[in-house]
Design a protein around this ligand. Structure first.
Ligand code: NAD
Ligand code: DAU
Length: 343
């Protein structure tokens, strides 16, 4: 049956992958992308989608109540999937306020529009960072949906706050909501401020690769398309009011990731430079995806080896290199702020 899905943050890394998935695999669904296009959005990310007659783009801020309500009135979406967010932990350490504004207030504006105009589902794209971190010496521990919220950074706190707000709209207003909490994504079109694309871009230029601290922090890496398939499964099979953890059972420490990238690009490990650690740096993330597996029959399909090679090849393609250069133009100031004089 035909549906109209309003995707926020659809010009960003994961939101765009989700739009691509819907346009390819749900041929009678329409996709509305609402994105204000912050520094993290390269407009060329949506070049292909803009040619599709089932896709529409609104350059609008999710905090702009009037504009958001107008879009809902005009487009009558059946489903809303909220990807729009300030998403970089390091930036949240310098500027918490923009994270609180977009990630919390923006989410409430969207849900108010859902209440007013009626909706089949509001899905909140959240993160495993809401659970805080796990110690490195307890590999037996994993995050389940029952793990208490215990955040470390302004970013993760803003995401946890939004999750609580979403659950409160379910309980108080009966808004049909779901939440997914996913581990670290990687893949094409990821903005080069995050570990994997940053290290690829540095290695390509033979510049030092800045590893925080000893590089032993562990993340659970998931290929972006697997995350998007998990969200689609939640929309189609998930129970309203529920939270689903999505993760890859693919834990690697940062040094492993950086060395793997250097190997693939045939660059020397001497490019690795240890720099001062991130404040409040989470040690280890590890998702237990049992619930999504049993209830939704969801499982990641891309192994890390396949995914990392696909990702690196995309950044090496002439399209990927142009895209990367465009993004890097908007990060010069950030790079100085975060990496110069790191103590
Ligand atoms: P991203 O930074 O690449 O993209 C975010 C998008 O949101 C950008 O296109 C930006 O322009 C847009 N945006 C920001 N503020 C906005 C506003 N006020 N109004 C409208 N649009 C706005 O982020 P991403 O990595 O694609 O993450 C998407 C979502 O997934 C986020 O909610 C993030 O918390 C969550 N998440 C990310 C990861 C990961 O590893 N990247 C893992 C788990 C969850
Ligand atoms: O777990 C999900 C989260 O993953 C998402 O909610 C966030 O939006 C996403 O940005 C990501 O957060 P991380 O902080 O884990 O990702 P990041 O790529 O910034 O860092 C990954 C690891 O690499 C982390 O341990 C810090 C380290 N790192 C990062 C950068 C940018 C470095 O050592 N050097 C760097 O320059």
């Amino acid at each position: 049956m035909s549906k109209t899905v309003l995707v926020t943050g659809g010009t960003g890394f994961i939101g765009n992958c989700f739009c691509k998935l819907l346009l390819t695999e749900r041929p009678d669904w329409n996709v509305i992308n609402v994105d204000v296009c912050t520094y993290a959005a390269n407009i060329h990310t949506i070049d292909e989608e803009l040619k599709n007659e089932r896709y529409k783009f609104y350059k609008v801020d999710i905090r702009d109540r009037e504009a958001i309500f107008d879009i809902f009135e005009k487009e009558c979406p059946n489903i809303v999937v909220n990807f729009a967010a300030e998403s970089h932990v390091d930036r949240s350490i310098f500027d918490p306020e923009s994270f609180l504004n977009t990630n919390i207030i923006g989410t409430s504006v969207l849900m108010d529009a859902c209440r007013k105009f009626g909706i089949e589902r509001f899905h909140q794209v959240s993160t495993d960072e809401v659970y805080g971190d796990l110690p490195l010496d307890r590999p037996d521990l994993f995050f389940t949906e029952e793990t208490p919220l215990h955040t470390s950074s302004p970013y993760s706190t803003s995401k946890a706050s939004a999750d609580l707000l979403v659950l409160s709209y379910f309980r108080t207003y009966n808004l049909p909501v779901t939440i997914s909490r996913c581990s670290n994504n990687y893949g094409p079109y990821q903005f080069p401020e995050k570990l994997i694309p940053l290290m690829i871009s540095k290695a390509l230029k033979d510049e030092p690769l800045p590893v925080y601290g000893e590089g032993l922090n562990v993340r659970d890496w998931l290929y972006v398309e697997d995350h998007c398939r998990g969200i689609l499964a939640i929309l189609e099979k998930g129970r309203v009011g529920e939270i689903y953890n999505l993760g890859g059972h693919n834990e690697r420490n940062n040094l492993y990731i950086v060395k793997r990238i250097l190997k693939e690009l045939n660059k020397p490990e001497s490019l690795i430079t240890h720099v001062a650690d991130r404040h409040g740096h989470d040690q280890r993330y590890a998702i237990d995806p049992h619930k999504a597996n049993v209830e939704l029959n969801w499982d990641p399909t891309t192994t890390f080896e396949e995914g990392i090679v696909k990702t690196i090849n995309w950044y090496l393609s002439s399209y990927g290199q142009n895209w990367l250069e465009e993004c890097l133009k908007t990060t010069e100031e950030w790079m100085k702020k975060n990496y110069n004089n790191r103590k």
